[in-house]
Design a protein around this ligand. Sequence first.
Ligand SMILES: [Fe+2]
Length: 472
Amino acid sequence: MNLIQQENQHEGSTDWQLTRIRLDKNDGFRSPSIEGYCSRQSLKAGETLDIFVSARPAAKFQIEVFRTGYYGGKGARLMATLGPFDGKEQAVPEVGAARLRECRWEKSVSLPIPENWVSGVYIGRLSTLPASPDQPYWQSYVVFIVKDDRKADILLQCSDNTWQAYNRWPDTFSLYDNGDPGWVSGPGVDVSFDRPYGKYRQIYENPQSVGSGEWLCFEFPLAYWLEQQGYDVSYCSNSDMVTPGRGLKCKAFISAGHDEYWDVKQYHSVTEMRDAGVNVLFLSGNAVCWVSPFRDSSQGVPGRIITRAAPYGGLARQTKFDDLKRFKDVAPGPDEGLLMGAINVIPVNGGGDWICTQPDHWIFEGTGMKAGDSIPGLIGWEYHGDPAKIEGLEVVAEGTAFQSGIHPQHWTATIYPGPKHNFVFNAATIFWAQGLSKPPGHMIPWSHWNRPHGPDKRVQRITGNLLKRALR
Ligand SMILES: [Fe+2]
């Protein structure tokens, strides 16, 4: 039995979701009654995590730490209950240079990660503890990743740069807010990991997400399925990929969900991994779109600030998009198509059906799919466009997505060989994991008049075929 199978023998928890979430206003993002953040995106067992919490008004609170996984279908396991603590209001920081909002809160607790906590994505449920039952309690999450160094079969990279890029906390301070009205994809805005994650804010109303980034929306159905199937999976943050060392110990590397923001060092790491024989699966969409270098926090902690510095090379060629003119004096990053197999398109918000075009390819074995068969709504809400010119590259699925719900746009799913009998697969859609499972605490997304249907045997089989080849 591998480590993940052993871990999933433990009893899951039936109560790990948020029940009572109070946002600061009806269309707000933050939950000032109770909110918090962690000192690190990821850490190893034996290292110590600091958790920072604010409660307004002052209130006692507790933190229940859960590891998310399969656990017989329950989706999470209670690892520790911390507290009670005396919570107090902590200050919303001043707006810094480049609109940075960096909290410097007093820490509420230091949590040394026990040696037996298995790599995974952990959520801490913050709950206020009212003095009497006639007062309401309030909840939100904090999120962190426990990583390790073992030779795992699969390394699942969380798209936490993207979670932070879209985090508006406290109100209009995401990478898309430069002070002008509307969404702006420009340079000159910084975001910090030293602040709570607000409610997921891009395509659907998901109060369950408050404090947990986008994990429960887009990556969790993949992790839940992998652990259900008994795969040996280890987890890491985008920030762990600035060097290739972790990935070189694994047979397959997965980019998951909405993986839009990569430091160029991540690009070089994954390229080096591919060239060394690691199989790479982009079960993601709009991936490797913007160059987002990491910077130290003002306290000198590495990798705690990101910015949108430049488009990647394939994206940069699509000069008709107004926001790209903001980068005309900046050198683009390397061509993402040469890593993924297809390039980004812009604008790219929409959806469509995922259509098989090469049914004889081994990835479709056992699916029963014929040319033209489609998986409804699986493309969305962001996807990859034209294939790159790479020797041996095959387009295995392609079709029309409807940008903004109505404008036709071409997408392609691709696979190409690496130099060591390995491969790079590009599913071309953020929604891929929606076809794998529907765990507790997860809400199926809906965007631009298009929706995926949830678990689909064909998506499961294609993913299984890819992993079977990758792990042999
Ligand atoms: Fe995106």
